[in-house]
Write a protein that binds this ligand. Structure first.
Ligand code: BG6
Length: 483
């Protein structure tokens, strides 16, 4: 569905996120006919470029980050024509008047958004300045990226700073996991199919596993990452968001506050977790040519975790007693993000010879090979008697989209940026949600800091530290393979 012509100002327009994600996302939306030709994208950053200089940078980003098959000269030209650039000193006075002049007069109904692709310390000052310069009008939106704070106190301070300039319903906090196609599909799966809801509780679900495994290390982000770690980088946001979507009650409507109210309730129901027993931290070692975390982070004595596994519990009527095992880490065996819902086994096997009745597992695969599978037990085909065998009901999206080869799996940012323009906050985190997540995370971090825990070393290319295996073994369960 096409959106109205809009004005999007991207602060930090020369940065990595803008080049890798925003420019390609906006190009795709224009190329696919969703963003109209009248849209304007105004880059703003400190670099002393003119519009042509920035267009060249954007053009290079398209070459680097858009698949050649999706790049055509006509779309490219239309896209680049929509781009303008104004040098602005976010923390100072330079450039703000020029930025105002580069934007069309208010009074039109064009949606206007300001994307702060900036370090969080600039969120408050930039939002205040956008407001005081009169750039936002009554309906202007502000978009911020993670990290949204370092702990509860700093998240509250950021919320307060944003609230000083913008109403909550004009603030869009991005968690790019919510824009992933399969994550949205999770809501369709749960709430558009009557099949699962009667089973979606502690009577029928044995446990849930949420895995976000990466094969890359901390790459060039070492020094930044070393002050953060996997808990703050991934669990506080992406993994807890996934947990919320699995555990939340059905909202009455698919509307921003209805959905977010339910997610906040889940976060508030998380049982406090401070015992060392249920939290495993790891740090990748080096091997051969593969650098260790400490080398990547340039921090020889670092205690920061590049891996974390934990056992959480949503302490409410629906979920009491169902463990939610979460794990995420870098430099693991493969890149795999998946949510697996394991159902309780059949209570009794009627089959001769102790035929083992397997556990049904609903696996929602976020990446790669997006899709949904349901592990079943069937009769082993053939005349050899009734032997049981595992089988998988497989809805791989690439298969489902066969016959429509022009359909490409859109990147999360394509969806999220268009939602900002449409004014739909459903897939964005509300301020109280961020704070509730930090409220649960902070004491866990405080407890390991107080104990002076060191993360356990794990081999690069492995599935994490042995203690993480024990976390499930202890409960008579196993992690799913990272593959
Ligand atoms: C980011 C984290 O939010 O998510 C990175 O800061 C991580 O450390 C990335 O690599 C993973 O995102 P994706 O979309 O590649 O799974």
């Amino acid at each position: 569905v096409p959106v109205d012509p809009f004005d999007l100002v991207v602060f930090g327009a020369t940065g990595d996120l803008a080049r890798r994600k925003l420019i390609p996302a906006l190009y795709h939306r224009m190329h696919d006919g969703q963003a109209p030709e009248g849209a304007r994208i105004v880059g703003a950053a400190r670099a002393d470029l003119d519009a042509d200089g920035y267009r060249r940078m954007a053009d290079a980003a398209l070459t680097e980050f858009v698949a050649p098959a999706d790049l055509d000269a006509a779309s490219r030209e239309i896209f680049l024509k929509a781009i303008d650039y104004v040098p602005v000193d976010i923390g100072g006075d330079d450039g703000w008047t020029a930025l105002g002049e580069a934007l069309p007069e208010h009074g039109s109904s064009r949606p206007r958004a300001f994307y702060l692709s900036l370090a969080p310390r600039f969120f408050g000052p930039a939002a205040a300045r956008v407001k005081s310069e009169g750039l936002a009008g009554a309906e202007g939106r502000i978009v911020v990226e993670k990290p949204f704070g370092h702990d509860l106190g700093s998240a509250r301070a950021l919320n307060a700073a944003l609230a000083g300039a913008f109403d909550e319903h004009h603030v869009y906090r991005i968690d790019h996991y919510l824009g992933k196609e399969t994550v949205q599909n999770l809501m369709a799966l749960r709430f558009a199919n009557a099949l699962f809801e009667p089973l979606w509780n502690n009577h029928h679900i044995d446990h849930v596993q949420i895995t976000v495994a990466e094969s890359v290390g901390v790459e060039g982000r070492g020094p930044y990452y070393d002050g953060v770690g996997a808990m703050r980088d991934m669990v506080q946001n992406h993994l807890l968001q996934l947990l919320c979507l699995i555990a939340m009650e059905p909202p009455a409507h698919f509307e921003p506050d209805a959905v977010r109210d339910e997610k906040v309730k889940v976060l508030r129901a998380l049982a406090p977790l401070s015992s060392a027993e249920n939290v495993v931290r790891g740090q990748y070692a080096g091997a051969g040519a593969s650098a260790s975390y400490a080398e990547d982070a340039q921090s020889p004595d670092s205690r920061t975790e590049s891996y974390i596994a934990l056992k959480a519990e949503v302490a409410n009527w629906r979920w009491s007693g169902v463990p939610f095992y979460l794990r995420t880490g870098k430099r693991l065996r493969g890149r795999m993000s998946e949510i697996a819902v394991a159902f309780k086994p059949a209570p009794h096997s009627i089959f001769p010879g102790g035929g083992k009745v397997g556990q049904n597992v609903l696996a929602i695969r976020l990446q790669p090979d997006e899709g949904i599978t349901l592990g079943m037990t069937i009769k082993d085909p053939g005349p050899g008697g009734l032997r049981l065998a595992p089988a998988v009901l497989d809805m791989t999206f690439a298969e489902a989209m066969r016959g429509a080869p022009s359909l490409r799996m859109p990147d999360a940012y394509e969806r999220l940026v268009m939602d900002v323009i449409r004014g739909d906050q459903t897939l964005f985190m509300r301020g109280d949600e961020c704070e509730a997540a930090w409220s649960w995370v902070d004491p866990i971090i405080a407890a390991w800091e107080e104990r002076g825990d060191r993360p356990a070393a794990y081999d690069p290319g492995s599935s994490g530290p042995d203690d993480a295996l024990m976390l499930l073994h202890r409960d008579g369960r196993r992690w799913r393979e990272i593959a």
